[in-house]
Design a protein around this ligand. Structure first.
Ligand code: 13P
Length: 287
């Protein structure tokens, strides 16, 4: 059931669990995540970066595929179709294409410009019933061409952006997209606690979910994080399972070359990873 992410994240924040945002790349990813959410009776957010949208031939294709798949698989758990790290133009494209949620990543603009653009997009999104996420303090590393320095958010700026009426807020707390380096200092819970105190009961978003140790995930949830984004970990799971299949020569046995067979181990690996994360985040049976 396609919905905005507002209600599911409000409930998650109140219930002290988090909803996973899993980024999609193609049909296999989308089907694996939707089926797992249904099996786990969990709400879910499908994240689409601008790069992935382009790869799938545009946001309209993505929106039509997700809506049709949601219907044909008989998905009854709440599903939000969300633009990840959207540009100003990208947000308007997704609104037009039928997404149910957008993220405007204005973190690289001066704060005044971030405020002006976020205000405008909040109004447009809310008029049409979409939810909207904003970002303060950049997330480190690279996500599909969006590069961030990874500085911690200023809690006062978080309050300023939260007060514009966004539905959930991503605050940089030392988190990084992709794999964490050996010498990573860990999440700054000091920053998270300060942001949490400033923004009241606003659901907070933790980007860069790949590779964050389980105890840090749980602590982050206890400090107001209600949405956790995972992308790279699903890609790695898919890659490892596909490699194993090919290295075992299974693509050369019988009709093992059939794409439906060739892609199946990766598909199953994504399902297992998503289930593992839903259990860790506490969203199972919260649909
Ligand atoms: P990872 O790729 O590190 O899991 O980050 C995902 C993310 O934050 C998407 O916005």
């Amino acid at each position: 059931m396609l919905v905005s992410a507002t209600e599911m994240l409000k409930k998650a924040r109140e219930g002290k669990y988090a909803v996973g945002q899993f980024n999609i790349n193609n049909l296999e990813w989308t089907k694996a995540i939707l089926l797992t959410a249904q099996e786990c009776n969990s709400p879910v957010i499908l994240g689409v970066s601008e790069g992935a949208g382009k790869y799938m031939t545009g946001f309209e294709t993505v929106s039509a595929m997700v809506a049709a798949m949601d219907k044909s698989l008989g998905i009854t758990v709440p599903v939000a179709l969300h633009l990840d790290h959207g540009s100003y133009e990208g947000c308007y494209k997704c609104i037009k294409a039928g997404f149910t949620s957008i993220m405007f990543d204005g973190s690289h603009f001066p704060i005044e410009e971030n405020v002006a653009k976020t205000t405008e997009l909040v109004n447009v999104a809310h008029q049409l019933g979409l939810s909207i996420e904003a970002e303060v303090g950049s997330i480190g590393g690279e996500e599909d061409g969006v590069v961030g320095a990874g500085e911690c958010a200023d809690p006062n700026e978080c309050k300023m952006i939260a007060d514009l009426g966004v539905d959930f807020l991503a605050a940089g707390i030392g988190n990084i997209h992709g794999k964490y380096p050996e010498n990573w200092a860990g999440l700054s819970f000091e920053t998270l606690a300060a942001v949490n105190e400033k923004v009241g009961d606003m659901p907070l978003v933790l980007h860069g979910g790949t590779g964050i140790p389980d105890d840090m995930i749980k602590k982050a949830i206890s400090l107001g994080v209600a949405k956790i984004n995972v992308n790279t970990e699903c890609q790695l799971s898919f890659q490892e399972a596909t490699r194993e299949y090919i290295e075992a020569g299974k693509d050369q046995q019988g009709k093992g070359f059939d794409p439906r067979k060739l892609l199946n181990p990766g598909f199953e690996a994504i399902k297992a990873k998503v289930k593992e994360k839903m259990e860790l985040f506490g969203s199972v049976d919260k649909a």
